[in-house]
Design a protein around this ligand. Structure first.
Ligand SMILES: Cc1ncc(C[n+]2csc(CCOP(=O)(O)OP(=O)(O)O)c2C)c(N)n1
Length: 384
């Protein structure tokens, strides 16, 4: 099967002219980029355009989170996507189904003020999810590569360089803001989520692979950790229960690299039998379970949809929020897995390091705060 289908030269030239003339170009890139191994072409185009890059809600790493132009995963609310689209005068989308949101809306998510260029190999997907000015039927790799070359010819260097400078400045500010979020009450107990992120990240060697199924803070880890290459980060919360078995699959597929999973306690319960497989086949992976004693993000959703819940979360809100009685370290030990419960933030780093060094299946249970103090601000940053 041909996987290098090139775009129509005429349409490509028009797309390049539109993008090169943009004052506020923005890129929204989906799984098609990772599947086509077109990450390098996407980086080159983003740099040539000086465009911030958001990525779709996908399992694979689409754009290096270490890159100053990386802005994070597109937030799955219609208003967030509306703001994202409105921040662009020309929006480039690569791959389809990028405008996924879990609320209902009648108003268009992309307004007529934003011009849209789409790249997709799927003819059914082109111009299907939003009004599109130029639709390029092509494989992402040649399309992005050729677009980059054409934009490089057409773009005015001075304006691009000024924009790049401004975006780099914003990146430095964001980094400082992220640090503030991570350091919020970082020695307090129960452990704050920011402290947990920072300490687990600090325990990992450079070549570690991360699996992330943290529903409350979906996508936030990629803002905190610099993932540089495909295969270093996998995430989704679309279908809970993915996290534990995915961790084992990633570990089997990444021989010689330490695999560290960061998983919600609720999601981990959805496929708890993966602990049996981990021990049966001695699959080396450190599974860090964030024990906030419940299905925390459901509480947030209920609030979002207008139902009152008490703060902090307690069992009285709704029985299904509360799984606080579970002792994950004991549960893992019953499966025959090395396990530790950590309630003191100053212990996280050394315990995770110790578990990585075992090169065996291991569970670290972190007793984290039921609310997201510190990290909620990092999520809200998307809406600024
Ligand atoms: C199969 C499946 N069922 C239900 C949901 C809805 N859901 C989204 S987040 C969530 C709670 C997850 O709890 P936990 O993993 O403990 O993470 P927390 O929300 O506490 O951060 C649920 C049930 C889902 N995403 N997938």
């Amino acid at each position: 099967m041909a996987t290098d289908i090139r775009p129509s030269p005429d349409l490509l030239e028009r797309a390049a002219a539109l993008l090169a003339g943009a004052k506020r170009p923005v890129i929204l890139a989906g799984r098609a980029v990772a599947d086509a191994n077109a990450g390098a072409e996407l980086v080159a185009l983003a740099e040539t355009l000086a465009a911030p890059v958001y990525t779709g809600n996908e399992t694979k790493l689409i754009f290096p989170s270490s890159h100053p132009l990386y802005r994070g995963l597109a937030f799955q609310r219609s208003e967030a996507l509306r703001q994202l689209a409105a921040s662009a005068d020309v929006l480039l989308t690569v791959g389809s189904d990028l405008f996924k949101y879990d609320d209902a809306t009648d108003a268009p998510v992309v307004s007529a003020n934003t011009r849209v260029v789409q790249i997709d190999l799927d003819v059914q997907a082109l111009a299907r999810f939003c009004a599109t000015d130029i639709a390029l039927l092509a494989s992402p790799r040649p399309a992005l590569g050729e677009l980059q070359a054409a934009v490089a010819r057409l773009i005015r260097g001075k304006e691009r360089d000024e924009r790049l400078e401004r975006l780099r400045g914003e990146y430095r500010q964001r980094k400082a803001f992220i640090e503030t979020c991570l350091n919020h009450e970082s020695t307090a107990t129960p452990i704050r989520w920011g402290a947990a992120f920072r300490e687990v990240a600090a325990a990992m060697p450079e070549n570690a692979v991360v699996v992330d199924e943290l529903a409350s803070f979906y996508g936030q880890l990629a803002k905190v950790i610099d993932f540089r290459s495909p295969g270093s980060y996998f995430t989704t919360v679309d279908s809970l229960g993915w996290g534990l078995p995915a961790t084992l699959g990633v570990a089997l597929g990444s021989p010689g690299r330490p695999v560290v999973a960061m998983l919600g306690d609720g999601g981990a319960l959805f496929c708890i039998q993966a602990l049996w497989s981990a021990t049966r086949y001695q699959i080396p992976a450190v599974m860090v379970i964030f024990n906030n004693s419940g299905f925390g993000s459901m509480r947030g959703l209920f609030t979002y949809y207008g139902q009152a819940v008490s703060a902090p979360m307690d069992g009285a809100d709704c029985a299904t929020y509360d799984i606080g009685a579970l002792d994950w370290a004991r549960l893992a030990a019953d499966f025959g897995i090395a396990a530790r419960r950590v309630a003191d933030p100053s212990m996280i780093r050394s315990v995770v390091k110790e578990m990585i060094a075992l090169r065996k299946p291991a569970v670290v249970e972190l007793m984290v705060s039921p609310d997201g103090a510190g990290m909620n601000e990092l999520v809200a940053e998307f809406f600024k």
